[in-house]
Design a protein around this ligand. Structure first.
Ligand code: ATP
Length: 587
């Protein structure tokens, strides 16, 4: 297959704003792609060469890419840099300069997809002391035979700027349209949720059809998308919603870890699919030692403990384990324990479709419990009073609250979904009107007065998972200390965008836009109807969206969450209906 066919498809995808049209462009293209190329094509649509959990990533600095463009096009580096300053995008620079070059080149060969993938793999794999040089040469090699549009996307892929709008949901829609039916769409999504590998799903559906897709199960080594909890405003409602009888577990405030315990070792994944094994080597080793099965996948919360008293410490302590360097000291200084709360797989058995009581029993049986490896404290409660009592004991044990879990036969592990099989109830709900929000930063406003010359406030958005869009809910200017204000450019500027990103829907216009990437935890006084914010616009009232009032940054950057894991618009709608509505004023 020629790479030009793929880059032309990228161009078509980029030039439409309609998700439906995007889906049909992609479906029509995927149908034509040779089966053997499908995996690569799907990864490349998202600017990648591997599934999301693969540790290595392409990532060339802009300056290096500009060098490769200058070298290939025979243009002075100064000219290339000027164009880059003007456009902000190495892809556009390449498109303009390579266009001229191609017309003059006699000895150029068409670029095949195979060659592009090999070239990109070579860039990714270049290491050692000449790595920069090697990367540049591999890229120039490809650019030499690229046309303008091909060059644009090559440079966007290597710099991590591939944003043609083909998000996971659009690709899954396109796979259903190309190879199955609308009714099969949930089964296709399930296969993706249990493997986190969209390339594998694409290849399976194209070669083996829906039967093969349905047979996809969890596998040690491939992270499973995590199951999430809904929230309700009182213990009474929690117990009633779960039929008057449910399991309650302590809700620990740490870092969620999914452990893949294999015969040859253990890998730990964050809920963002990052590999956390090197951050918790002690937990990885303890899990291997305490596990009675040869292979297992479990989930738990890693919590820091005071080495002297054994008491659990607040969340901030365990974040010392998330740094990249100095882990040896951190392992010594910050002892942690894992409190396991679920098991998804054990020795050939996919447990995700078993009800919760069976999974819990298996979890307790398949581990030697004690020391660093514990299960969450759990009790079956049969009334709101028992629930209150359990909640109070959780708070006394320095936990955040409780997680109530359904005991019904249908209480399976629903990968990647938030539902009422699990319901959280936290201490904070008793004090504030709302739970905290995890919101994506999509823009910034320059500060005034003391904040002049810095970003002073941020435009924050929730995620609409149906539409794949980030919709604004507030302008956030409170809760920033000086260190955070100073660090904002470092945190945010990688995502700077010339104009409103394609995945953002906003009416409020900030001074600068960002591609959604950074997630911040925000508390607020209440949720109100808002004429200016776009979250849930027209859902509750024609012409109004939902905004949050008096938002304040808690100081917690949710670097364990991808932007798509931010609080969803649906959740905000539900939180809005949980509030009392004596203050429905527009603001
Ligand atoms: P969410 O995970 O719902 O997106 P969040 O990350 O902001 O939200 P919370 O709302 O505080 O976190 O609660 C959910 C998280 O609580 C889980 O993702 C998990 O990390 C953690 N947790 C702690 N104890 C338990 C438990 N017993 N069962 C399940 N999850 C637990």
């Amino acid at each position: 297959m020629l790479y030009s066919e793929l880059s032309e498809t990228f161009d078509r995808l980029e030039s439409t704003g309609s998700r439906l049209e995007m889906t049909s462009i992609l479906a029509e293209f995927l149908r034509r792609v040779d089966r053997k190329d499908l995996r690569n094509v799907v990864y490349l649509c998202q600017g990648k060469l591997h599934p999301d959990f693969y540790p290595q990533v392409l990532g060339m600095a802009d300056k290096l890419v500009l060098k490769a463009i200058s070298f290939t096009a025979g243009v002075q580096e100064q000219r290339t840099e000027e164009l880059w300053v003007e456009t902000g995008d190495p892809g556009t620079v390449a498109e303009r300069l390579i266009a001229n070059k191609k017309q003059m080149t006699l000895f150029s060969e068409d670029l095949t997809l195979d060659r592009v993938v090999k070239g990109l793999l070579a860039i990714e794999g270049s290491d050692g002391k000449d790595s920069q040089d090697k990367k540049m040469k591999h890229l120039s090699n490809l650019l030499h035979d690229a046309g303008p549009v091909e060059a644009r996307y090559l440079c966007r892929i290597v710099t991590g700027r591939m944003r043609v709008g083909a998000g996971d949901m659009t690709i899954l829609d396109a796979l259903a349209e190309a190879f199955a039916t609308k009714e099969d769409r949930p089964a296709i999504e399930r296969a993706f949720n249990v493997t986190c590998d969209i390339g594998l799903v694409a290849e399976t559906i194209a070669t083996g059809g829906m039967d093969a897709v349905r047979a996809i199960g969890v596998q040690v080594g491939s992270p499973v998308k995590v199951m999430l909890a809904e929230r309700l405003p009182s213990i009474q409602e929690v117990v009633e919603r779960l039929g008057g009888r449910c399991a309650m577990e302590y809700k620990y405030d740490g870092i969620r870890v999914q452990a893949h315990i294999g015969k040859d070792g253990v890998r730990l994944f964050s809920r963002r699919l990052e590999d956390l094994t090197s951050n918790f080597p002690d937990i990885a080793q303890a899990l291997r030692t305490h596990c009675r099965s040869g292979e297992a996948i479990i989930e738990g919360e890693c919590v820091a403990v005071n080495p002297e008293t054994g008491f659990m410490l607040p969340f901030q302590n365990v974040t010392h384990r998330r740094k990249k360097h100095g882990m040896d000291d951190a392992v010594k200084d910050v002892p942690v324990r894992i409190f396991m709360f679920d098991i998804l797989y054990s020795d050939g058995e996919d447990m995700t479709s078993m009800p919760y009581p069976e999974r819990r029993k298996a979890l307790e049986e398949r581990f030697v419990l004690g020391g660093m490896v514990q299960t969450t404290t759990m009790r079956v409660v049969e009334s709101p009073e028992e629930g209150e009592e359990f909640f109070n004991s959780a708070i006394a044990a320095r936990c955040e609250g409780i997680m109530a879990k359904s005991l019904a036969p249908e209480s399976v592990y629903r990968a990647g979904s938030r539902g009422f099989l699990w319901i959280k109830y936290k201490k904070d709900y008793q004090q504030a009107l709302t739970d905290s929000f995890d919101l994506a930063v999509v823009g910034a406003f320059y500060g005034m007065g003391k904040r002049a010359g810095r970003y002073g406030a941020l435009l924050m958005a929730a995620y609409d998972s149906e539409k794949g869009m980030f919709e604004t809910v507030c302008k956030l200017g409170t809760g920033f200390d000086d260190a955070f204000l100073d660090g904002m450019p470092d945190l945010l500027d990688d995502g700077l965008s010339e104009s409103m990103p394609r995945s953002v829907d906003a009416e409020m216009v900030p001074d600068v836009w960002f591609e959604p990437s950074v997630v911040l935890e925000v508390v607020a006084a209440e949720i109100t109807l808002s004429p200016i914010h776009t979250a849930a616009r027209d859902v509750l009232k024609e012409g109004s969206g939902l905004g949050i009032r008096f938002p304040r940054f808690t100081g917690r950057v949710r670097d364990d969450k991808a932007p798509e894991q931010a609080t969803t618009v649906d959740e905000i709608v539900r939180m809005y209906s949980m509030q009392s509505h004596d203050s429905d004023g527009l603001d």
